[in-house]
Design a binder for this molecule. Sequence first.
Ligand code: ATP
Ligand code: RIB
Length: 405
Amino acid sequence: MFSKERHREILVYLNKHERVTVNQLAILFYVSKETIRNDLNILAKQGFVQRCHGGAIILRRVFHTQLVNDFGTSIVKVLNQVNMQRKITRKRKIKIMKNKVCILGSFNVDIIAKVDRFPKSGESILASNTIIGPGGKGANQAMAASKCQVQVHFVGKVGKDHFSQMARDHLSSSDISSFTLYQDEEYKTGSAIIYVSQPAGENMIAIHSGANQHITESEVSSIASEMADAKIFLTQLENNFEATHKALMMASQLGAKTILNPAPYSARTIECLPWVDYLTPNETEASMMSGIEVNDIDSAKKAAQAIRAIGAKDIIITMGSQGALIYEGSKFTHIPALKALSVDTTGAGDAFNGAFAAAIAQEQSLISAAKFASAFASLAVEREGASSMPEYQNVLSRLAQYERK
Ligand code: ATP
Ligand code: RIB
């Protein structure tokens, strides 16, 4: 077999299995390990795979996935197309390369029921509609950041079920620049059952985390190169705590600024604080972390001071339609929420966090990043579905409302 044919076969194999060892490939193709190492180094140089200890992982940049699927029979075509794409996108890439955001987080399939009101215990009610769509705080935040003129790499884990294909299709067809999607042999793709009540779009959520809770330490280690060239590393608490903690520590040590959205609440959040530059709890999480019930700006200030006392650096408490409170150094700033025709607030926090991460990556000040994030989130609550994010130009127009305030 010629080396180019072998490269194609390796990509086809990786497209299916995500990762492979040198040993496995040597056995598969009846060639020496040295030959396989050379092959993988060539594919790594061409940007198709990332070398990891003892093997390689496929790099699923959007066009790579499409091309491997569309031109799976001809590696020459694949390489030519990718080179053409590279030429077309080079300008944009160079412009945004410096502003990379790396996001580790969950992917869930959201099963949403729209109801007039939440059911009482033991009660059955009729839903006016049900929708099945992509969600998960990590993937939603990656969607949000990808709308904000930065390069985004998303890392997550799904199962080996039909929902995992939804994850792949969703990420591939988005503006997310690249992603690493691990697949668990045993655990299912995460899912969330969500009630959205009319008319204000408030929600109630039950999450089954599934594969999200089973990212391994070595899978986290494998994304070191993505973290190393990211300006911002953003994560939440829907993955297993050990992986999240390790990732924050690694990203911080590799020089990225880190953001932790401590959702859903975990008492172990405190262990992450040495590695976190910006902590973004909502009212509930801030209340649980501080022991002070947050329901207005004054109580949010007290909670922020208590959270600082246990080791947090800059704190941004999001408060739904009451906006967000920033505690930076010794200064408090309240960012009011912008007027919105709210239809579904699910994922408002994700919209805020993704946009905030992008704005910080673009070196905006904390206050202007929070204003941008708040304008972004105010548009997100006007859309149905947690992963449905607004377009950048519309955010800029909405942002102008702050100037008029
Ligand atoms: P979720 O858990 O549903 O994703 P969250 O509780 O984490 O949301 P919120 O604090 O509700 O997040 O909202 C985040 C930000 O979104 C707020 O700080 C605010 O800027 C914006 N926002 C939320 N709700 C509204 C609203 N009704 N109108 C305008 N802006 C809103
Ligand atoms: O923040 C909203 C998200 O929380 C939903 O998409 C759901 O999947 C849960 O993770």
